[in-house]
Design a protein around this ligand. Structure first.
Ligand code: AP5
Length: 207
């Protein structure tokens, strides 16, 4: 049962916030399948553009290889049409956007205009001791080119710089919950379901 059973207007429009390797992509897949919503992953969309050799990919590639954020206009062009379409259908899970308070402010204005604003944000809390080995293991198994020790450090630094105002943005709107992302995949999934099913809607820790 989702919160929608209690409030028919409530829709899974979920935002996952977390450092690299926290498990956002892993859990977003499960959310999308279980709740039948669209998974919108900015990293995946950008990597597809790079692979296709598109103009967007060409403009994004250097920043991605350095572990820095790509320009906002590229990300908005990729995400906003998908977010609006998904919100008008069944809902969405955002994985990797917004990442800064500037992105959050702009996205929310457009989303509110279209009645598709985020209904729940969840912070995946984890320390670098847990995330770095996960990413190095992923580098071995999947060969993602930004999973090198140096680029991982840069991605973690960007996350640390940007995250507090981003969390405040969602906390101030009563939309933020927190999960312990160091737990097993199944435990994190259970915590997320508790949040989405209305048993842990606001901060704090749904364990
Ligand atoms: P993006 O692809 O979003 O990378 P990221 O945020 O660094 O996230 P990751 O994919 O590394 O981690 P994740 O939390 O999804 O973990 P996962 O589930 O894969 O972004 C890449 C780049 O694109 C950015 O650096 C930037 O340049 C650009 N970009 C993207 N969005 C942008 C934006 N909004 N603005 C500007 N630039 C943007 O799991 C990691 C590994 O751990 C996997 O192998 C998984 O199997 C394993 N794992 C997962 N959960 C568990 C668990 N509970 N226990 C054990 N292992 C686990």
């Amino acid at each position: 049962m989702t919160k929608a059973r209690v409030d028919p207007d409530w829709q899974v429009r979920l935002l996952l916030i977390g450092p690299p390797g926290a498990g956002k992509g892993t859990q977003a897949h499960r959310v999308a399948e279980h709740y039948d919503v669209e998974h919108i992953a900015t990293g995946d969309l950008l990597r597809e553009e790079v692979e296709a050799g598109s103009d967007i990919g060409g403009r994004a590639s250097d920043a991605m290889q350095r572990g820095e954020l790509v320009p906002d206009d590229l990300v908005f062009d990729l995400v906003m049409p998908r977010m609006i379409a998904a919100g008008r259908a069944n809902g969405y899970v955002l994985d990797g956007f917004p990442r800064t308070v500037g992105q959050a402010q702009e996205a929310r204005l457009t989303a509110l205009d279209n009645d598709v604003a985020v209904t729940q944000a969840v912070l995946f809390e984890a320390s670098p001791d847990v995330m770095v080995p996960r990413l190095l293991e992923r580098a071995r198994s999947e060969g993602r080119s930004d999973d090198t020790p140096e680029v991982i450090r840069a991605r973690l630094a960007v996350f640390d710089e940007e995250v507090e105002p981003l969390l405040d943005f969602y906390r101030d709107r009563g939309l933020l919950a927190v999960v312990d992302a160091t737990a097993s995949r199944d435990e994190v999934w259970a915590a997320l379901q508790r949040i989405l099913d209305g048993e842990g809607t606001t901060e704090d820790h749904a364990r």
